[in-house]
Design a protein. Structure first.
Length: 209
């Protein structure tokens, strides 16, 4: 059996200096173009119009939650995931999950979902810079892999929710759509740095109008 990628991620997550990869950011940030909505109405809609409609509905729900200051919880995410998948009910996975053609295995222990809830709670930790928190939450979804399907879409919603909760929206999200690996600390910090760059770029474009 392959190594447990989730266990590897949890180890990487705790060892990283999340403050080292990001810089201060201006907030709030209001782009001329809503990058997430544009991505959904662009590449996603071209591939699957129904998927785009479901994802837009989930995005709207996530933004209502952000405007209310609702923290990330498994219960909150379940509501988004129902819209993403177009189902009436979703449940957390009950066995190991696999991704990347089976090369990554995400284990399941009696403590997995308790740990997952704790990680979601940390997305609001003010001692960690906002871009790093958003990137870390994205990777938490990717590697806890809570649902049998739709985790990549959920991860992007979670990242943008963390930003939106503090008044930040991105002008583009396409650069975030790259493969990430659970045992790659440099890649995790690179994602945090990328989020920081996208925030600065969005702010610069908005203020140049």
């Amino acid at each position: 059996m392959s190594d447990d990628a989730l266990a590897a991620w949890c180890k990487v997550r705790e060892q990283l200096d999340w403050c080292s990869a990001t810089s201060t950011h201006p907030a709030p940030v209001h782009p001329a173009v809503d990058g997430l909505a544009a991505w959904i109405d662009g590449p996603v809609r071209l591939r699957d119009p129904d998927r785009a409609d479901r994802l837009l509905a989930a995005m709207a729900l996530s933004r209502v939650a952000a405007s209310r200051g609702e923290p990330l919880t498994p219960t909150l995410l379940a509501g988004w995931q129902q819209l993403i998948l177009g189902v009436n009910d979703v449940g957390l996975r009950r066995s190991d999950a696999f991704a990347k053609g089976g090369r990554e295995r995400y284990g399941l222990t009696p403590h997995t979902w308790q740990d997952f809830a704790a990680c979601l709670h940390q997305s609001a930790d003010p001692s960690v810079p906002l871009p790093a928190r958003a990137a870390r939450a994205y990777l938490d979804i990717a590697f806890f892999h809570p649902y049998p399907d739709g985790n990549a879409r959920l991860a992007l919603l979670v990242l943008t929710h963390v930003l939106d909760s503090e008044g930040v929206r991105l002008a583009e999200v396409g650069p975030l759509q790259t493969t990430r690996y659970a045992d790659d600390p440099e890649g995790a910090l690179d994602l945090a740095a990328l989020v920081s760059v996208l925030i600065r770029t969005t702010h610069r474009r908005a203020t140049a109008r």
